[in-house]
Design a protein around this ligand. Sequence first.
Ligand SMILES: *Cc1c(COP(=O)(O)O)cnc(C)c1O
Length: 221
Amino acid sequence: MSLVDNFNKLRAEIPKEIEIVAVSKTKPNEAILELYNHGHLVFGENKVQELTQKYNELPKDIKWHLIGHLQTNKVKYIAPFVTLIHSVDKIKLLKEINKQALKNNRIIDCLLEIKIAQEDSKFGLSFNEAEQLIQSSELKDLNNVRIIGLMGMATYTFEDVVVLNEFQSLKSFFDKIKQTYFAEKEYFKELSMGMSGDYKIAINTGATIVRVGSIIFGSRK
Ligand SMILES: *Cc1c(COP(=O)(O)O)cnc(C)c1O
């Protein structure tokens, strides 16, 4: 099967209103172009340097999502073009995104990354920290960033019940946050969860964006 076949199969399986971010990290431009020429425009990368290089080399109507951890000092490289940053985990980072967005005369859409996995290595805010960030007075001055939802990664495990519980807890938190702080804000509507191994569970639990790499492009080295 070609990667376009892989994508079509996945696309047919997932409700139309759910966005698929094709995670192209470590994959060559040719692979991205194959899917692009088929009409898919939304791609995700987890490293700033790789993302910036691919942005420079590939068609400019690709919508690039940054899905991996973002350091404050690297925001400037992606601020001119990034479509959505999935991994905001500090107010300091959000301030820098705002600053660079302003420089580029844009508003940059962001998701708050929430730590739901029982693994130490994962980045992200606790539910409490996320709520504090959303309530903070500093956020109100950031007119060039827009928080449009939340992102989470489940524990890497074959125990579906663990993944299900984590996604459900994030969905409940999302609903509460939306109701409490974004009730009149229609733009707060995205819940980014689910990867190749757990996207089915994520969709059944309310994901609006899935980030899928290896199912489309094949496994990475
Ligand atoms: C790599 C990555 C994915 C995609 O992983 P696959 O298992 O290849 O689908 C999704 N989200 C993040 C944050 C990633 O780093």
